[in-house]
Design a protein around this ligand. Structure first.
Ligand SMILES: [Zn+2]
Length: 473
């Protein structure tokens, strides 16, 4: 069976931070969007602009996957006279068509858009019972000086001149339909950072560690397994990794139906919220493979609530500390709660991938050469080595990371130097630490041989099988 992960966005914190000019949080917001769901089929959004400008542009202007078109223009209905919704270059904008200033208040009506966008959050994730999870940040806007300035703009909206007001504010207001956020029903939700807000009669489950909101249409076996295991994973993380920063996390799982020919498990993460959209007729009967994918995705992203959110990594070339850490932790937690889970194939694949992907230079400069894949693979292998060191003195991977978290909680960053220092302090052999440091700083001409040596130094033996693939012995 083919399990396709259609969307795995873990957007870097920088990409979702407030734009330049919004530094003073005490300033009145430069704009406010009031989102009032009228029914499951209609949203009324009132934009209030507190700075004079001929146009405001949306902070996110992703396009529809497949067509490359705006999902707003042509679909949203602007009710306020003298205002038009337009695509200008790479950006959607509300533009004054009379005079040189947008009216202070602009009303827009829209049908919830549930399609997928390219490398951008799904605007509305809809459950089979009509419940909607609405992404707040698609309503956040900022002023622009002229249409020409926007047309000349690349994807980075921070290239526009600063504005005076504070962060854009998005307010959800309950109507006949109740609002839910982080496991509680609310009259209104006020957001300065991106989040999904639920609209509808939601039955939130979960635990003190995580709120879970699951589509009633999701196949029962899958809903049951997620409901049982996700709170267990979170409790285990809390016990073993300590306090985390941030609000109570939320898991939202939607069932997108049962097409015969495909199975898809799509996931995205925004702040402390994990959203999954799942579909496929084959999932109507239990599939351990599909469940394994869903659990690995959730366990990896939930590990980032500690490794990633509570402490971050340093510069982009050091992302393997938290990516590899989250990947191996997700495997270990799966073993702890599911005796049937076997991490070995995933780990062997990581060794292969690291050997292949790191052959072209230092990890430090990998982001300039290619994507993040090398960090998952090499990070998992290095983490495996640190875990082996820790095990020799009675600990495990969680011991290693809980110490890193404790020691770096205050400055908020676990750099590669911090990570290597922790491995050394735990009794890691000098040769092993040096192999990792060299792959980080200068790279290796034969990473395959280096990885075999690295693991041998910590007592893990790897051999090539008949096809030349590396196997843990
Ligand atoms: Zn990750």
């Amino acid at each position: 069976m083919v399990v396709r992960r259609v969307l795995a966005l873990a957007l870097a914190a920088a990409a979702i931070a407030a734009p330049a000019g919004a530094g003073d949080v005490r300033a009145a917001p430069t704009m406010t969007a009031r989102v009032a769901p009228q029914s499951v089929g209609e949203l009324l959004v009132t934009f209030e602009f507190d700075e004079p400008a001929p146009l405001f542009i949306f902070q996110r202007s992703g396009v529809v996957r497949g067509t490359g078109e705006s999902w707003r223009v042509g679909h949203w209905k602007v009710e306020t006279p003298g205002v038009a919704l337009r695509r200008i270059g790479l950006h959607d904008a509300l533009v004054a068509t009379r005079g040189n200033r947008l009216p202070r208040e602009v009303k827009v009506r829209m049908t919830p858009f549930t399609g997928l966008l390219t490398a951008e959050y799904t605007p509305v994730v809809r459950f089979t019972d009509g419940t909607m999870a609405i992404f707040s940040d698609h309503f956040a806007m900022r002023p622009a000086p002229t249409v020409e300035a926007v047309r000349a703009l690349g994807a980075d909206i921070n290239a526009l001149p600063n504005y005076r007001g504070g962060n854009a504010l998005v307010r959800f207001e309950a109507s006949d339909l109740p609002l839910h956020h982080r496991g509680r029903e609310r009259r209104s939700v006020r957001l300065e950072t991106p989040a999904y807000v639920l609209v509808g009669d939601v039955e939130a489950g979960g635990s003190e560690d995580i709120a879970t909101v699951i589509d009633p249409g999701l196949p029962r076996w899958l809903a049951r397994q997620l409901t049982e295991e996700v709170p267990e994973i979170m409790a285990l993380y809390r016990r073993r990794l300590g306090e985390r920063s941030g609000e109570r996390p939320e898991l939202i799982v939607a069932w997108n139906g049962a097409p015969k020919q495909r199975v898809s498990l799509g996931g995205s993460v925004v702040g402390d919220t994990i959203v999954m959209q799942i579909e496929g007729a084959m999932l109507k009967t239990p599939s351990p493979t599909a469940y394994g994918y869903a659990r690995q995705f959730i366990a990896h992203e939930a590990a980032h609530f500690w490794l990633g959110n509570t402490v971050g990594y340093g510069p982009p070339g050091e992302a393997w500390t938290t990516e590899g850490g989250a990947d191996l932790i997700a495997q270990r937690v799966a073993e702890m709660i599911d005796p049937g889970h076997d991490s070995r194939p995933v780990i062997e694949q990581a060794i292969e991938d690291c050997a292949r992907l790191s052959a072209d230079g230092a990890l430090r400069t990998a982001p300039e050469r290619h994507g993040q894949d090398v960090f998952y693979a090499c990070g998992a292998v290095f983490t495996l080595a640190a875990e082996a060191v820790e095990k020799k003195r009675g600990g495990d991977l969680f011991t290693f990371w809980s110490r890193l978290l404790e020691e770096n909680r205050e400055d908020g960053t676990v750099s590669v130097a911090d990570w290597l220092g922790a491995m050394r302090k735990a009794g890691g052999p000098r040769e092993a630490v040096e192999i990792i440091a060299t792959m980080q700083e200068t790279g290796s001409r034969d990473p395959r041989a280096r990885l075999i040596q690295l693991l041998a130094h910590v007592g893990i033996h790897v051999k090539s099988d008949a096809e030349g693939r590396l196997r843990l012995s």
